[in-house]
Write a protein that binds this ligand. Structure first.
Ligand code: ZN
Length: 288
């Protein structure tokens, strides 16, 4: 079974270096230190389709310390972004070409950059915050508050009923694409409760026996996707037209055809780097 997309960076995040300015300075001055090349927030690929890097030593600016790959320190630039929250479909075309490790490294750099740009001012006192912990935080010089990169939990789930699972599409999806339902976990709610609430809200489906399957970081801008299966009490649907354009129950043969990209498949599967693809794959392999 394949690992979920955006996982498997394989870096030592070396947290012990982050709060030690002298060692971080020495790490940045290391002649082997490499700086990730980004085009705004998008990855830049070299001639072999791998992430492109440049030498870091001697370059001015603020950097995010991604970690150590063996003995090689890896950094990403801290960019000043004019527009946030952009999710260009063109990036998805690049991601389809990238190795899982490269996608994971780039995903972390993208999420951190978005977070820094969204937290330039202290949420407590309103003063401009400062780069801190080698990029893994911001500190407020006014009230002293420390702010740490946030991750937003999102549940993404397949309801299953009598050998079939529910897939649905949002209007902005590419033609033919159907996926698992998803939604943010809200304050005061467990993962299981969020799964049940979202399926009821968006599809009118009542579920029990929610089971965790896998998770992935999703760098648009900083979600943690928590993939689950749930047993539906019935296959009656009441789709919320504000969220979903269409939805239907699909059997294992239909899921396998979609994952294989068969021309007669009942829907177009999400891309391999999306955990919805992992979820459909594992359900089709393991059964309910
Ligand atoms: Zn403050």
């Amino acid at each position: 079974m394949g690992a979920p997309g955006f996982t498997g960076a394989g870096l030592d995040r070396a947290d012990h270096l982050r709060l030690d300015p002298e060692r971080i300075a020495a790490t940045m001055a290391n002649g082997d230190a490499r700086l990730l090349r980004l085009e705004t927030l998008d990855p830049v690929l070299d001639g072999e389709g791998r992430l492109a890097w440049s030498a870091l030593a001697g370059v001015e600016g603020e950097y995010l310390f991604l970690g150590l790959e063996g003995d090689t320190p890896l950094f990403a630039p801290l960019l000043s972004l004019e527009s946030l929250g952009q999710r260009a479909w063109s990036v998805f075309r690049l991601l389809a070409l990238m190795s899982p490790q490269d996608a994971a490294i780039w995903g972390a750099a993208r999420s951190l950059n978005e977070w820094h740009n969204r937290h330039r001012f202290c949420g407590i006192c309103g003063i401009a915050t400062e780069h801190y912990r080698a990029g893994w935080g911001r500190k407020c010089p006014g009230c002293g508050a420390e702010h740490f990169p946030r991750v937003d939990p999102v549940v993404i789930m397949l309801a299953e009923h009598d050998g079939r699972v529910l897939v649905a599409r949002q209007p902005q999806y590419p033609p033919g694409r159907y996926s698992a339902l998803a939604g943010f976990v809200e304050p005061g709610e467990s993962i299981e409760e969020a799964v049940a609430r979202e399926l009821m809200e968006e599809a009118g489906v009542s579920v029990r026996d929610v089971r965790y399957v896998a998770s992935q970081p999703w760098p648009f801008p900083g979600s943690l996707m928590i993939a689950c299966l749930a047993h539906a009490e019935s296959d009656a649907l009441r789709l919320d037209p504000a969220e979903l354009e269409d939805g239907f129950w699909v059997d294992r043969a239909g899921v396998l055809a979609a994952l294989a990209g068969a021309p007669d498949a009942p829907f177009v599967a999400p891309p391999p780097f999306a955990i919805a693809n992992t979820l459909l794959t594992r359900w089709s392999e393991q059964g309910s």
